[in-house]
Design a protein around this ligand. Structure first.
Ligand code: AHG
Ligand code: MN
Ligand code: MN
Length: 334
């Protein structure tokens, strides 16, 4: 028999000295994220049976149609963190304005930004989904944070990660001390350490992108995709295409096996689609902590000084050498 499995809580407590605050609060914060994951996973497992598929008929602040499950997932995050005592402000892709939580003030020192349900076009077709979270520390003692205080650089995140609802539910996170993956054992109801110290290969042979947008991309981007599909044994080409429509699932594959995920800018929409604060920043922290890179094509994601809560960015993320080469094409240096 192998060693006793490490639960998420036990793992963080064991490593506590290394984690932000080191007061036990961080392990509670991650346990709460884990709880959100269990609740949403439970809804998703039965979604086809309990009339929560489809859209609400509304659109969100991004102008995208809202799925019922987007709203349910967003409410689940709010419910779990409202009385957590840990978090003083929440901002989400699905809410125009941040929510401050006076009930957790002044004790709760964390601010949480999240994409409550990632890949929502997959809800109705039983494909993978995820959630992405970004954690900042708020040190202003006098009052609750204002909206502008939530708009921070990715390099200031103290922790970040994602939940993935695939064939199993996983919680993958970093708090600046490497990237660790936990798999939910549904029978026991606990997340158990399954992937300690994930390291992303320096180069892969897989790319993930919505290539249906090819004609909308600038020339350098198109040439990069042509390059990936050309035959060259020495560099592992052609690369294989793998795209699920769920950023979390596609980045998870790249994190474990290497390669690159791209949602590039388009000629007429240079800012791309993905959101800096809820998607790009947290995944960039995870991938960089695992030894990979995340870039807009011209700049490291984590170095961007954001100006708006719902700001979008082009995203190239994955193996270090693949991202660097993609940048060379996009910048027309190759
Ligand atoms: P969300 O469901 O949170 O709006 O995110 C969807 C994102 C991402 O998960 C995925 O990679 C991408 O958008 C899919 O977009 P396309 O349908 O344009 O490929
Ligand atoms: Mn998303
Ligand atoms: Mn979403």
């Amino acid at each position: 028999m192998g060693p006793f499995p490490l639960t998420l809580t036990r793992y963080i407590i064991q490593k506590q000295a290394a984690y932000p605050g080191a007061t036990g609060e961080f392990s509670s914060l991650m346990a709460q994220i884990g709880l959100v994951g269990k609740m949403i996973a439970q809804d998703l497992r039965r979604a086809g049976l309990i009339s929560i598929l489809g859209t609400t008929g509304g659109t969100n602040v991004q102008g995208e149609s809202v799925k019922k499950l987007d709203e349910i997932a967003n409410e689940t995050f709010i419910k779990v963190f409202q009385y957590s005592g840990l978090v003083c402000a929440l901002a989400s892709e699905e809410m125009e304005k941040p929510v401050t939580l006076p009930e957790n003030w002044p004790h709760g020192k964390y601010m949480l930004l999240f994409d409550p349900l990632d890949g929502s076009s997959n809800t109705d077709v039983n494909m993978p989904l995820g959630a992405i979270f970004s954690v900042h520390c708020y040190d202003g003692a006098a009052r609750l944070p204002s909206e502008s205080e939530l708009i921070r650089k990715g390099s200031e995140q103290v922790a970040a990660g994602y939940l993935m609802y695939g064939s199993s539910t996983m919680l993958v996170f970093t708090a600046g001390q490497g990237v660790h993956g936990f798999t939910l054992d549904p029978g026991v109801g606990e997340y158990l350490l399954s992937h300690e110290h994930i390291r992303i290969p320096a180069k892969g042979t897989v790319y993930a992108a919505n290539e249906g947008n090819y004609q909308m991309w600038p020339a350098g981007t198109r040439r990069y995709f042509d390059y990936l599909k050309a035959r060259d044994k020495a560099t592992g080409r052609p690369y294989s295409a793998r795209y699920s429509g769920c950023l979390v699932a596609d980045v998870h594959r790249v994190l474990l096996d290497g390669g690159i995920y791209l949602y590039p800018g388009e000629t007429e929409k240079p800012e791309g689609k993905l959101r800096l604060l809820y998607e790009a920043n947290p995944l960039a922290m995870v991938v960089e902590q695992a030894g990979g890179r995340a870039s807009t094509g011209t700049q490291d994601i984590l170095g961007i000084k954001p100006t708006a809560l719902h700001q979008r960015v082009p995203l190239l993320i994955g193996s270090r050498d693949d991202v660097t080469l993609a940048e060379e094409f996009i910048q027309e240096r190759r």
